[in-house]
Design a protein around this ligand. Structure first.
Ligand SMILES: Cc1ncc(C[n+]2csc(CCOP(=O)(O)OP(=O)(O)O)c2C)c(N)n1
Length: 380
C-alpha cells in the first residue's frame, strides 16, 4: 500500500516536471462552456499556379515534362515485361501519380534531404534521378539493379540520393521516416525527410504514433499521404470514418494542407512551403489527392471501380495538363514534345536491353547486405 502511494507520488512528480518543463501548469479543470475548436487548412488546387510564380524556366518545364514521361513510359514497359515473365513477384504501378513524385523531387535538395516511401516506388526513384537502367535491372532481379537485384519492385534504394526505399508493409516505413528526420535534427545537417504513404496506411496505428512523435520532438519531416482513393480494392469511404486525411494533422498540433496531386505545379507550390517549415523543425501533414490508373498490382483487374470513373480521372492527367500548359503559353511545340517522348522511349528500351544483359546476383551473395549482429548467430 505504502509503495503504491509512493509510486503514485513519483508519477505525479514526473507529470508535474514534464508540464513545468513545457512552461505550462497542469490543467485538469473542465470548462463550464462548450469548447469551440477552429483550424485552417491550406488548399493547393489544380490550375491555380503559373510557372513564372514558381520561378520555373522553359528548360525546367521541359525537364519536368521529360521526367514525368520517363516514369510513365518506364512503367508501361515494365507492365509489358511482367506479362512476358521477365519480372517476377509483385509489380505495383504508379501510373497517374507522376505529378506527386516529380513535384516533390523538384522541391527538395536531392542527395541532402531524405525520401522514404511504400511499395509503389518506381516513380519516386526516377524523379530523384535514379536511372532507368538501374531501376529496370532491379525489376528483372539482376545484379546491376539499384538493390543488386535482391529487392525487386517494392525495394528500390539509393544511398547517394538519400532514398531509403521502397517498403512493403503498409505504414511500416513511416516510423523509419521519423527516425531519419530525427537523425537530420540530431546531426544538425539542415536536411528534411519526405515520408510518403498511401491512404490505406492511415488505418495503421504506427502512422499515428509516428505523427505524434514527430510533432512532440519537432522533427524536420513532411508526411505526404498519397490519397489515390483505393487501398487495394477498398475505397477510402468504405474504410475510414473520416476521409478528410489532412484533418488528422490537427490531432497532432501540426499544420495540414490539401493538395491536388494531378497538377505538378500545385504539388511544388505546397511542398516548397512545407519543406521550408520542416527545415525550421515544423512537421506537417499533406494530403495529396491523386489517382492510380492501373490496378493495385498487376494481378488486380480493378473491378471495384467503373470505367467511367477511370476515364473521367484520365481527363485530369498530369502529363497532358503540363503539355497543354506549355502549348497554350507558347513555351513548346507539339514537335518538340513528341521528340522528348521518342527520346524517353529509347531510354526505356535501352534499359530493357541493359536489364536483359545484366547477370543474376550469384547465389553466394545471398547473405550479403543482410543486417547481422554477433548475438544473432543464425544470420552470420
Ligand atoms: C501491414 C500490412 N497489411 C496489409 C498488407 C497488404 N496490402 C498491401 S498494399 C495494401 C493497400 C495499401 O494501400 P495504400 O496504402 O493506400 O497504398 P496504394 O496501394 O494506394 O498506393 C494492402 C492492404 C500489407 N502489405 N501490410
Amino acid at each position: 500500500m505504502a509503495s503504491k502511494t509512493r509510486k503514485k507520488q513519483q508519477a505525479t512528480q514526473v507529470d508535474q516536471a514534464a508540464s513545468q518543463a513545457n512552461g505550462q501548469a497542469v490543467q485538469l479543470q473542465v470548462p463550464s462552456k462548450p469548447i469551440h475548436f477552429e483550424q485552417t487548412f491550406e488548399t493547393y488546387p489544380a490550375g491555380a499556379y503559373t510557372h513564372e510564380e514558381l520561378g520555373l524556366s522553359r528548360e525546367d518545364l521541359l525537364a519536368i515534362y521529360r521526367n514525368m514521361l520517363l516514369q510513365r513510359r518506364f512503367e508501361e514497359r515494365a507492365a509489358q515485361m511482367y506479362g512476358k515473365q521477365k519480372i517476377a513477384g509483385f509489380l505495383h504501378l504508379y501510373i497517374g501519380e507522376e505529378a506527386v513524385s516529380t513535384g516533390a523531387a523538384w522541391s527538395i535538395k536531392i542527395g541532402h534531404d531524405s525520401v522514404i516511401t511504400a511499395y509503389r516506388d518506381h516513380g519516386i526513384a526516377l524523379a530523384l534521378g535514379m536511372t532507368a537502367n538501374e531501376c529496370m535491372a532491379e525489376l528483372f532481379g539482376k545484379i546491376d539493379g539499384c538493390s543488386r537485384g535482391k529487392g525487386g519492385s517494392m525495394h528500390f534504394f539509393k544511398a547517394e540520393k538519400k532514398f531509403f526505399g521502397g517498403h512493403g508493409i503498409v505504414g511500416g516505413h513511416v516510423p523509419l521516416g521519423v527516425g531519419i528526420a530525427f537523425a537530420h535534427k540530431y546531426k544538425e545537417d539542415g536536411g528534411v525527410c519526405l515520408t510518403f504513404f498511401g491512404d490505406g496506411a492511415m488505418g495503421q496505428g504506427t502512422v499515428h504514433e509516428s505523427m505524434n512523435l514527430a510533432a512532440l520532438y519537432k522533427l524536420p519531416i513532411v508526411f505526404i499521404i498519397e490519397n489515390n482513393q483505393y487501398a487495394m480494392g477498398t475505397a477510402v469511404w468504405r474504410a475510414f470514418a473520416n476521409t478528410e486525411f489532412y484533418r488528422y494533422a490537427a490531432n497532432y498540433n501540426m499544420p495540414g494542407a490539401l493538395v491536388d496531386g494531378m497538377d505538378v505545379f500545385s504539388v511544388m507550390k505546397a511542398l516548397r512551403k512545407y519543406v521550408a517549415l520542416a527545415r525550421e523543425y515544423q512537421p506537417s501533414v499533406l494530403e495529396v489527392r491523386t489517382y492510380r490508373y492501373r490496378g493495385h498490382s498487376m494481378s488486380d483487374p480493378a473491378k471495384y471501380r467503373t470505367k467511367e470513373e477511370l476515364e473521367a480521372k484520365k481527363k485530369e492527367d498530369p502529363i497532358i495538363r503540363l503539355k497543354s500548359y506549355m502549348l497554350q503559353h507558347g513555351l513548346s511545340t507539339n514537335e518538340e514534345l513528341d521528340a522528348i517522348d521518342d527520346d524517353v522511349k529509347k531510354e526505356v528500351q535501352a534499359s530493357v536491353e541493359f536489364a536483359e544483359k545484366s547477370p543474376y546476383p550469384p547465389l553466394e551473395s545471398i547473405y550479403e547486405d543482410v543486417y547481422a549482429q554477433p548475438d544473432y548467430p543464425f544470420l552470420a
